[in-house]
Every structure is written in C-alpha cells, then in structure tokens.
Design a protein around this ligand. Structure first.
Ligand SMILES: Cc1cc2nc3c(=O)[nH]c(=O)nc-3n(C[C@H](O)[C@H](O)[C@H](O)COP(=O)(O)O)c2cc1C
Length: 580
C-alpha cells in the first residue's frame, strides 16, 4: 500500500464505522459471554515484583489538585520504587472493585470503553533498588500492581538507548489488544482502543505531574521499533494468545537534574528512539508467555486489521516539534493549600451512570474547566501547559458543546476553539446562521463562542445514541477533529493521534468534574453524521470523533465498593500500626 492507499483505507474505515440513526456500525448481534476476553494479561513464567501498596497519606505525598496545573509548584520526587508505584497507581492500577448481586468487577485509574481495558502498559527502566540491579523491560500487571520482568538489558545498552534524554529518564510503552474491545463493539472497536490509549497518555502525564515529573509522547517512533522494544513481535511468546498492537512510547523523567537538564533550561529532546538499539533486544533472552484471554479464537474483523495496518507508522515518518524545555524550578509552596489532594481526585474518578437533571454549575466553574483543556503555548515559557506538553504536535481537536445548565449562561450550542487560529475555518464550515457571539462573563482569553440559544437537551441525547446522560448532564460535547487536513498533512498514522488527543481532553474533564464535586462520562457511542448536521459540517474537513458529558451523579445504591488491593492494603495498614 502506498501513502495514498493508506489514507484511503483510513477514510474508508472511518466512514464504515459511523453509527447512523438507521444502522449501527457492524458488530455481532449478541454478546458471546462465555468468550469474553480476560481483562488481565499475564506473562506466565516472567518473574513478578509486586510494587508497594501506598496508602493515601504516605510518601510520596500527593500535592493539591490545582497545584499540578501550576508550573513549578510541585517539587520533583526522587525516582524510587515508591514513586514508581505511585506513578503506575495513578495511571493504570485498579481503583476499586464493584459488587452487585453475585458479580464483581474491577475499575481502574484509567477509564475504558465498556470497562474492557484494551490498553496494556510496559516499562523500560534502568537499575532501581528493590526492582533490579540491571535495566530491563517489564509488563505492568494491574491485578497485582506488579511488574513482570520480560527481558534484561545491559547498562551500556540502556545508556545508549536513552542518550539525549534527561538523567534518570525511563520509558512507558502502551499497546492495545483490539480483541478486548472488538468482542463487544465489533468494527468500531479500533476507535475505542485509540481513545483508551489517549486516556492513558492523560493519566500518565497527570500522575507524573503529582510527582513533579515531566512526560512526553515520543511520537517520532515507528511502530516496528515499539514492537521490538516491548517484545510484541515475539510470535513464540504469543503462541496461543491474542496479539497486542503497538501504540506509543512515553518518556518520563524527574526534574531533579543539575547541569544542562536543570529546571528551567531549554533543551532539544529527540522525540524518537534509535531503532537499531531497540532491535538489539530481540537477541536477548525473554521470559514468559502471554496468557490466552478468550476460550475461542478472536472473530476476525478485517476492517480493524486493515485500518491497523494502514495507520501504522513506519521508520522515518515523523513530524512535530522537537523543542522541549524543562519546567521552571519548583517554588515548594502550594498555592491552593485548602484544595483537595490530586491523589484523592484521581482515586475517586468514576464514570457517572446517570445524571441528576437538577444539578448545575456556575459559569465561573464552567469557564475554568474549559480553560484546562486549552493547549495554548504559555508565552513567557514558550511551552504548553500540563498535560498538553506531553503531545508535541499542533492541537487538532475543538469542542462543540451542548450547554444545558450553567448558571448565568443561556442554554444552547457553543464552540470552544482550542486553537484560536482556526476560528475562521470553523466559521466557514459551520451553519451560516450561527451567531458566534462572545458569551457574557467569558474570560477574554477563552475562545468560547455561542452559536445558538435554545434547549439542546433532547438533541444531545438523540445524537449520543439516545443516552440520557448526554441530555441530563450540565453540558455535553462532541470533540471535533480537523480530520481531512490532519490526515493529508501528517499521514494516515495521524488518525490514531487524533483519537489520543480526544482521550487526553476526556481525562482532564473527568478530573475537573470530580474536583467540581460532580461527575463525567466518556461517550463513544454517538451518531456521527447527525452530529455533523447539528453543527453544519457538510464534508470531511471536520468530523466529530468522541463525545463526553458532565453532570451531577446519581448514586446506584445496589453497588458495593471494595478496596482495589484489599488484603495487601490491610497488611500495609497493620504494618504501619505495628511500627507506631
Ligand atoms: C472511550 C470511552 C467511551 C465510552 N463510551 C461510553 C458510552 O458511550 N456510554 C457510557 O455510558 N459510558 C461510556 N464510557 C464509560 C465507560 O463505560 C467507563 O469508563 C467504564 O465502565 C469504567 O468505569 P469508570 O470510568 O468508572 O472507571 C466510555 C469510556 C471511554 C473511555
């Protein structure tokens, strides 16, 4: 396939997986419950190191939630097994078990479409006391909150691999098991896997921020290199197991360095790894074989295989910004001493299942939430704010909002232009009768515009697959991608990045809702073209790719909540009590 064929294949996939009023995207007619994939991958035979279970008030202590958004206000924690444990807890760990009747299921720090969790996490890290005296490649096992050591790397190899990066930097890799989502959602599942990966970019970047660390997606990375580095290309280790597709590698590093990497210094980060060094690992001994997730072989959804092939990134396909700087020195004084700890907000994040249609938020809170998804470069430091500094590419997603109950704001349709240089482009593409007025009280630097006043509750519910949460919430929204231009400018692989960007927006909004005392839910099920018609998009220039709602939660009293790592947490509390 040449580049044009690949873009064609991506466009075809996107069209054929649209939900229409008269036809949902292709999936099986009924759910084959016996064949439901296991949500926990394990590598049998790979040694497991359990990470310490940390209690909320234990070191490393969580900063205040608002402080993670203030550049330089969280001092960098040293890299230890405990801080690594925190990072993975806030990014990928179990957050609770839920029980209803005779069934029990786990929730995680990262949300996932249908709670099916297609995203697997890996770590490539140097020697670390209590983990290993030599660098290695690990798979993260959320059920155990542990790391399975898949392969060893020599100290020289790791030094070479990380050349050009800050000291003590390490890598977190993500892959997707498409089958986990496709089992339930059929052909549309590839989209959901990409959203989920985006949510994890968000959880990882935010988890790093609670430790005063930085993180960035190394998006100059060929998929083949990711496979070699994480061992995903080792057919022999997946003999009877469902395969994983490479998604991305993130670089994570503490901001405690001296010299050229000291806080506030400007450096150019290479946003990719040397493919030859990654391939060197292939000659190492690897440990463990992947477990089988479903009884029967996966249903072959050829549309997913085709789009996965077409949107693979080859070696040499890269673009984006290479310039990156380290955050300014930490002030070590929290600006919001009374706000909730970030860790509490992260741990308590849940999707709302129903909305209390009486709850509203103030316009001030609404504007503050929207300000957090603005990726604008902060001029004085020439850098995007957290978490947008994790994605060194131009933002391509805008928000089309259905506002229902924001005190002081007329209900109706609004738009948030996340890249203000695109305002005119959006104006031309949307209905000509929209008024584009600046809402009263809107901060001057927030590019929010009112399109049309009116009650949009029913409309929001209808276009979100008739889900009441979209109409009963405070507001809901469609995430509008600069679709055609992004694919033709960057390449077919950028299709996945569009979805990743929406996942990060969703993650920020999930936490913002928790911090505001309300709730949120990602909405993957919506009627694509009917949404376009609501806003006037008539061609492929813009496409809505993810929906989201924010509202007052309604508790389901039939559900019991249990601790994520119950017995181990009790042991830890007992140990602390015994030691005074
Ligand atoms: C990409 C994505 C799409 C989702 N789509 C829907 C949806 O259409 N309707 C819904 O009720 N929940 C949706 N959810 C919420 C998930 O069902 C929820 O994240 C999952 O059950 C785990 O629960 P938790 O978020 O409370 O941890 C979606 C979540 C994600 C990340």
């Amino acid at each position: 396939m040449d580049a044009a064929d690949k873009v064609e294949a991506v466009l075809r996939y996107h069209e054929s997986t649209k939900h229409q009023f008269h036809r949902y995207a292709r999936s099986t007619d009924t759910l084959d419950w016996v064949n439901q994939p296991n949500a926990f991958r394990r590598y049998e035979g790979a040694p497991l190191t359990q990470l310490p279970i940390l209690v909320a008030d234990e070191d490393p202590l969580s900063p205040r939630y608002d402080d993670i958004y203030r550049r330089g206000s969280v001092p960098s924690a040293p890299l230890t097994i405990r801080s690594l444990s925190r990072l993975l807890e806030y990014a990928l760990a179990l957050s609770a078990w839920k029980r209803a009747g005779g069934t029990q299921w786990a929730l995680r720090s990262n949300p996932s479409s249908g709670n099916l969790h297609p995203t697997e996490g890996y770590l490539v890290i140097g020697a670390l006391p209590e983990l290993s005296h030599a660098p290695g490649v690990y798979h993260y096992a959320p059920g155990e909150h542990g790391l399975e050591r898949r392969a060893d790397g020599s100290a020289e190899w790791f030094t070479q691999l990380m050349r050009g990066f800050p000291p003590r930097a390490f890598l977190v890799g993500l892959s997707s098991i498409h089958w986990r989502e496709a089992w339930k959602y059929g052909e549309r599942a590839f989209r959901y896997c990409q959203h989920d990966a985006g949510h994890v970019i968000g959880t990882l970047r935010i988890a790093a921020a609670t430790l005063g660390w930085s993180a960035v997606v190394l998006h100059g990375q060929a998929d083949e290199t990711i496979e070699a580095l994480l061992g995903l290309n080792r057919a022999e280790d997946f003999a009877s197991a469902e395969r994983e597709q490479p998604e991305l590698i993130m670089l994570v590093w503490p901001n405690d360095s001296a010299g050229p990497w000291c806080a506030g210094a400007q450096r150019v980060l290479p946003l990719g790894l040397d493919p030859l060094l990654a391939r060197e690992l292939m000659t190492q001994d690897w440990r463990g074989t992947a477990n089988r997730l479903s009884r029967d072989d996966p249903i072959a959804w050829t549309a997913i295989d085709e789009v996965a092939r077409a949107s693979r990134r080859a070696i040499g396909e890269r673009d984006g910004l290479d310039l990156f700087d380290t955050p300014a020195p930490a002030h070590r004084n929290a600006a919001f001493p009374d706000g909730p700890p970030a860790g509490r907000i992260i741990r308590q994040r849940r999707s709302l299942l129903a909305c209390d249609s009486r709850i509203s938020v103030t316009a001030e809170r609404f504007h503050a939430m929207l300000a957090r998804v603005m990726p604008r470069v902060e001029l004085e430091v020439n850098r995007r704010p957290m978490p947008w500094d994790a994605m060194a590419w131009e933002p391509r997603i805008h928000l089309a909002l259905f506002v229902h109950r924001v005190d002081g704001l007329e209900p109706g349709l609004y738009v948030l232009v996340r890249d203000p240089t695109k305002l005119d482009k959006l104006k031309r593409a949307m209905h000509q009768h929209f008024d584009w007025s600046e809402p009263p009280g809107c901060p001057a630097d927030l590019p929010l515009r009112r399109l049309e006043s009116g009650d949009a509750r029913q409309l929001a519910t209808q276009v979100s697959c008739f889900q009441d949460i979209a109409g009963d919430g405070v507001f809901s929204l469609g995430m509008i991608a600069e679709y055609r231009d992004a694919l033709f400018t960057h390449g077919p692989w950028f299709y996945r990045q569009l979805f990743w960007e929406t996942g990060v927006i969703g993650q920020v909004l999930y936490l913002e809702a928790e911090a505001a005392g309300i709730g949120a839910t990602g909405i993957g099920c919506f009627f694509d073209d009917p949404v376009h018609r609501v806003f006037g998009f008539s061609d492929l220039e813009f496409q809505s790719v993810y929906h989201f709602t924010i509202g007052g939660p309604v508790e389901d009293s039939r559900l019991t909540t249990l601790a994520p790592y119950g017995a181990r947490e009790e042991e830890e509390l007992k140990r602390r009590a015994d030691h005074g």
